[in-house]
Design a protein around this ligand. Structure first.
Ligand code: PMP
Ligand code: GLU
Length: 397
């Protein structure tokens, strides 16, 4: 079969691939502990499920407007007002089939050959490929662990040239969990404002934060930036709704209208029933979010301590999201059964083969020294998984 050449430019999502592999191994009866999945292990709260059931019973099962119902857009507008102090109108909001879909559509309507798009590394695995598929060029800005994996203003300034169209920004970050303070955001905003580039801010982990650093949307910190900023968010992470596929983007009307236009030629509207459920998620009782975050925090505290107790391992304490990104590189160069562990991919294979622990190699996020572990799994799994990792590492010589 003759496939279009563009498909050879990208790889399958490694996070989804590793999760699928771990699940397949479990189905075969192997006792796998999965730290791969980037999705909450909690069930979708009941009030949200009930809203979806009611939508079905009421016959709310037809096409909706392409960019989402007015009801859901209004709920999102209220969220921006209450949580972020930002004012948007319906023409500045589009609802898509997940935040990934919003990002994909945004890239399609904004980027083309000759455009450079800045991506902060460690980055979420899909950003570079989403940009590559447009013909644009991803430009990776590598941060340092000693800077908390944060982009420095001088680094941003130095990367911007005439071809630079945009930066994709993500705080709290997947995979590092790092968050920028208000002052740090302000310094980056000043450069974005001065140079006139666009910023796509992926705020999907906004609600999964542990209290040390408050969350600010970029236009809340720097109101003048609003006409250059698109915020992407969704219900997947905050409300344990990964399977429902609802995300959204907020930004200048011209950009949002173009996203709706392209969406009208690919998916049409996001699922009507999931939209009703998302209205309840955003407007309804928020107490379950607090409970989930409190549980994530207990796990974070445990896993960071446990990993730092392993010899030759270092792990930063993340401010948000549900990932840790420890440095395994002091174990590279060591050997097991005649095979040298050379990089994060070898290390991940070793952990899966040797002790049935699934993790995502840091190389997939642009940082080969590190490994990503999602702690969106039970405390029992975390305890056992870290114990197995520590044990496996003692076998390397
Ligand atoms: N951005 C980041 C940083 C993510 O980790 C994810 C996780 N899937 C997404 C976007 C996409 O989320 P979804 O499509 O489920 O809304
Ligand atoms: N965002 C999650 C992760 O990083 C889910 C999988 C994906 O869409 O990449 O694991």
């Amino acid at each position: 079969m003759m496939l279009a050449s563009r498909i050879s430019l990208i790889k399958p999502s490694p996070t989804l691939a590793i999760t699928a592999k771990a699940n397949a191994m479990k189905a075969e009866g192997r006792d796998v502990i999965g730290f791969g999945a980037g999705e909450p292990d909690f069930d979708t709260p009941d009030n949200i499920k009930q809203a979806a059931i009611k939508a079905i019973q009421d016959g709310f099962t037809k096409y909706t407007p392409v960019g989402g119902t007015d009801e859901l857009k209004d709920a999102i507008i209220e969220k921006f007002k209450t949580d972020n102090g930002l004012t948007y109108n319906r023409g500045e909001i589009v609802v898509s089939c997940g935040a990934k879909h919003s990002l994909y559509n945004l890239a399609q309507i904004l980027f083309e050959e000759g455009d450079e798009v800045l991506i902060v590394s460690p980055y979420w695995v899909s950003y570079p490929d989403i940009v590559t598929l447009t013909g644009g060029t991803p430009v990776i800005l590598t941060t340092k662990e000693e800077d908390g994996f944060k982009l420095r203003p001088d680094q941003l300034q130095a990367a911007i040239n005439k071809k630079t169209k945009a930066i994709i920004f993500n705080s709290p970050s997947n995979p590092s969990g790092t968050m920028y303070t208000a002052e740090e955001l302000k310094a980056l905003c000043e450069i974005i404002l001065k140079t006139g580039i666009l910023v796509i801010s992926d705020d999907i982990y906004e609600k999964i934060i542990y209290g040390d650093v408050p969350f600010f949307a970029l236009p809340s910190i720097c109101p003048e930036i609003k006409s250059q900023a698109v915020i992407v968010n969704g219900v997947s992470k905050a409300y344990a709704m990964t399977g429902w596929r609802i995300g959204y983007a907020a930004g200048p009307g011209e950009i949002i209208a173009a996203v709706s236009k392209i969406q009208s030629q690919n998916t049409s509207n996001p699922t009507s029933i999931a939209q009703k459920a998302s209205v309840e998620a955003i407007r309804g009782d928020q107490s379950k979010v607090g409970e989930m975050v409190a549980t994530f925090k207990e796990r974070r505290d445990y896993i960071v301590r446990a990993l730092n107790n392993i010899p030759d391992m270092s792990c930063l304490n993340p401010d948000g999201a549900f990932y840790v990104f420890p440095d395994f590189s002091r174990y590279y160069g060591r050997v097991y059964n005649g095979k040298e562990i050379k990089n994060s991919s070898d290390m991940s294979d070793f952990l899966l083969d040797e002790v049935n622990v699934a993790v995502v190699p840091g190389g997939e996020f642009g940082h080969d020294k590190n490994i990503r572990l999602s702690y969106a799994t039970s405390m029992k799994n975390i305890e056992e998984g870290v114990r197995r990792i520590a044990d496996a590492l003692t076998r390397l010589k």
